[in-house]
Ligand binder design. Structure first.
Ligand code: ADP
Ligand code: MG
Length: 752
């Protein structure tokens, strides 16, 4: 039997069908599965469960000391019973076992020695006012020891507590682990961490670490074991990413060097503002990448209003100047249409190639969306395929098979978290040479998350906002306070009278629709969890119960139309289910001031840019994620006019929901908020499918808490891959990547 076979052995052949059957319920099928089922925590031998806190009917595991155990025969009914009393030092719990004959019970009696400590599992019941467990499953600490000394040692060790199931109590898992672990030797357990790396860091071997976490003698020992296993997870993940990066860099992209007399220069000359230092610096970084043959894969982060559009446009123009084409991918039709408008506005005659009055350097911008009529679409397709369009702006319709480009040199993805991986792959693999990619996001992603989730992207950050912007002030408004609400609508009126615009955002479209049904991101056809787009949304667990229905766009519009404060004000409606023309019409009427109040779903969450908008009102605000609320409020305060954001909510003061809203109100710093969001959010949501469930998931590594481990592993991984791209010299690491991440998951990590 070879080394790796040892770990791959099915538990049925090592432990027998019965034990293996129980473990299978926990998803554990092989020796390695079981060894990687780490204890959730450790009990210390002196620790006792609080018996007074046990609830009737509850299935519990109690750690307690045996006080007495006695077999009695039951004269009335015949048969025998064993009664034992265990204690936490204050209260007592009775254990009861019944049998036909006393002899059967002697075995229990001899194990349940007064003074010994045990773990007892069962359902709490009550008999004559005493709490008891009937026929509990139990483990007496140290009882399996070969001799007295070992028993003493056992009884003083930290007690591993495993994620367990009612049918498989923690100690049965512990026993099974020891059965498979004890006979293993170093040769049986290939170590994914290369020996040199291990020595440099003084890390225990994998076998030592497994022994440390499963059978620790002292708390420091399991801590050291866990640290090593955590580093291993980070290393496997980062090496997978580094290998991907290296493979991508092997493919040559067409270089798109800048020109001094091209469209970029012409645009710069006609911009109504000077670029900020941040825009110029990031522009340089991107420009240099575009000029190279390594396909660019860059994440451009910038808080809402940071001015990402002009950075993207300059990148696209550099590619057009070099004879190529660029595609700009937006998550919604509203946003695509708006991008088209703002690019055309920025470019002016530079976008009018072939038209009278067009600049002779001019190019053309074409829009391609799913709801276009066939004639318009045919023309758009023609312009993309012939190369007449230098820039093609679109939604996911751009990704469909029928779309051809003459020479696609750059793909810009706006607000990436709405796109799935394979959607970006669809564009990237078009043509024989990979285009450069620029992914823009306003959801600030902490560095470690970027490294883990987007590990193979380089990042550029626009940290500075363009000058001359007023800040936006945010308040939480309690929904039940009628006076505040009246004041709110009065304030809306005042803003409108001054020529400004107001957004009112609701969590759903109409009364009979479930929250969140609208505006789903362009859906992936694949339903494997790994293919889901990464969403950074979060819903409070303690959001108020839906006994009062959530605000909807249609009802809120009606309600507002009837408010005396808003008499005579035109109110527009916007949501994802409207036909494209209706959306365009609403946006246009809002932008022009014709319908200065817009009631909308989160379809306006990303990127919509109307400088006159000053007030953002979010109804049932606790329904939205922190980052989402930050995005929403980014729709106002986009000019010198100060912005106001009101978060209307029924969340109780002191609740987690309310705490989240207060967090949004207390800072305008998107990065600080993103960190807070991560803190309040379950970790699995951050990494999406890469971390949730299944045996391929990260077990110990936490992307936020373990920032330094990830950084360290990343550096090691880079060195390893640079020295040996095929990982031939570290076969255990290579196979850990294959086995643990699996080929599909590695694709998932690739993200574009
Ligand atoms: P976002 O990063 O959220 O996509 P935009 O690109 O939409 O931000 O920019 C927000 C607004 O700021 C736009 O109206 C844009 O014209 C303006 N803007 C961008 N750069 C500058 C600058 N350097 N100086 C002044 N205004 C700018
Ligand atoms: Mg934008």
């Amino acid at each position: 039997m070879t080394a790796t076979d040892r770990l791959a052995e099915p538990l049925t052949s090592v432990l027998g069908a019965r034990t293996a059957g129980g473990l299978k319920k926990l998803g554990l099928e092989t020796v390695e599965d079981l060894l990687r089922h780490y204890p959730r925590r450790y009990g210390s031998p002196g620790e006792r469960s609080e018996i007074a806190a046990l609830a009737n009917g509850e299935h519990v595991t109690v750690m307690a000391e045996v006080r007495s155990a006695q077999v009695r025969s039951m004269r009335s009914r015949g048969g025998a019973m064993l009664e034992a009393i265990v204690t936490d030092g204050r209260d007592t719990l009775q254990l009861t076992f019944f049998a036909k004959r006393a002899g059967v019970l002697r075995m229990h009696e001899s194990k349940l020695k007064p003074g010994s400590t045990g773990l007892f599992t069962g359902t709490v019941g009550e008999y004559r006012g005493r709490r008891q467990l009937t026929h509990p499953d139990y483990l007496i600490v140290g009882v399996d020891a070969a001799d007295e000394d070992e028993a003493v040692l056992e009884a003083s060790r930290p007690i591993p507590i495993y994620p367990a199931a009612a049918a498989v109590p923690t100690w049965r898992i512990g026993r099974s682990v020891r059965t498979v672990l004890d006979p293993l030797t170093e040769e049986d357990v290939p170590d994914p961490i290369p020996a040199a790396v291990r020595e440099a860091r003084e890390l225990p071997s994998l076998l030592e670490a497994l022994r440390a976490v499963h059978v620790p003698e002292r708390p420091e020992i399991w801590q050291r074991g866990r640290e090593r296993l955590r580093f291993e997870e980070a290393l496997v993940l980062q090496t997978a990413l580094a290998r991907r990066r290296a493979a991508r860099e092997e493919l040559a992209a067409t270089p798109r060097p800048p020109r001094t007399d091209g469209l970029v220069a012409a645009l710069d000359a006609r911009l109504p503002f000077a670029l900020t230092t941040a825009q110029a610096t990031v522009g340089q970084e991107i420009s240099r990448s575009l000029a190279g043959t390594i396909p660019m894969m860059r994440l451009l982060q910038g808080d809402v209003g940071a001015g990402k559009t002009v950075v993207a446009l300059r990148a696209m123009l550099q590619v057009v100047d070099a004879g190529g084409q660029a595609a700009l991918l937006a998550p919604t039709e509203v946003l695509a249409a708006q991008h088209l408008r703002s690019l055309e506005q920025l470019l002016g005659p530079l976008a009018h190639a072939g038209l009278l009055g067009g600049d002779d350097r001019a190019t053309r911008i074409t829009l391609l969306t799913g709801s276009q009529g066939s004639k318009v679409r045919r023309q758009a397709l023609g312009e993309a395929a012939s190369g007449a369009a230098g820039i093609v702006v679109g939604t996911h319709a751009l990704l469909s098979e029928g779309v051809q480009f003459a020479d696609l040199g750059l793909v810009v993805v706006d607000e990436q978290h709405r796109f799935g991986v394979e959607q970006r792959d669809a564009l990237r693999t078009r043509g024989d040479r990979p285009p450069h990619m620029l992914v823009m996001t306003a959801t600030p992603i902490p560095r470690t998350v970027a490294m883990t989730v987007f590990g193979d992207l380089e990042t550029s950050t626009l940290g500075e906002r363009p000058p001359g912007r007023a800040e936006t002030v945010t308040h939480v408004v309690p929904a039940e306070n009628e006076a505040w609400l009246a004041r709110t609508w009065q304030r809306v009126r005042e803003e409108v009278d001054q020529g400004r615009r107001v957004y009112v955002v609701c969590p759903r479209i109409d009364a009979d629709e479930l929250a969140g049904g609208d505006d789903a991101p362009p859906t992936n056809t694949a339903d494997a969890p790994g293919d889901e787009p990464l969403t950074l949304e979060w819903e409070g667990d303690d959001a108020p119960p839906a006994s009062v229905p959530l605000a909807s766009v249609t009802e809120t519009a009606k309600m507002l139309a009837a408010r005396p404060e808003l008499a005579g004000v035109r109110i527009g409606l916007m949501h994802g289910r409207l036909p494209a023309e209706a959306k365009d019409a609403t946006m246009a009427a809002f932008a022009s001031g014709d319908a200065p109040v817009m009631v909308s779903t989160t379809v306006i969450e990303v990127g919509v840019d109307v400088p006159e908008a000053t007030v953002m009102i979010v109804l049932d605000a606790e329904r939205f994620g922190l980052s989402q609320l930050h995005q929403l409020r980014g729709r106002v305060g986009r000019s010198a006019l100060p912005g106001l954001c009101l978060l209307v909510s029924r969340a109780e003061p002191g609740s987690l929901s309310r705490e989240r809203l207060d967090a949004v109100a207390s800072t305008t710093d998107g990065f600080a908020l993103a960190e807070k969001d991560l803190e309040l959010r379950r970790e699995g949501d951050v990494l999406g499918a890469a971390q949730s469930g299944g045996r391929n998931s990260l077990r110990l590594l936490r992307v936020v808490k373990d920032a330094d481990v990830i950084e360290e592993a990343r550096a090691v991984a880079q060195d390893l891959v640079a020295a040996d791209p095929g990982l031939a010299s570290v076969p255990a690491l290579a196979s850990a990547i294959d086995a643990w991440l699996g080929p599909e998951r590695e694709d998932y990590l690739e993200r574009g």
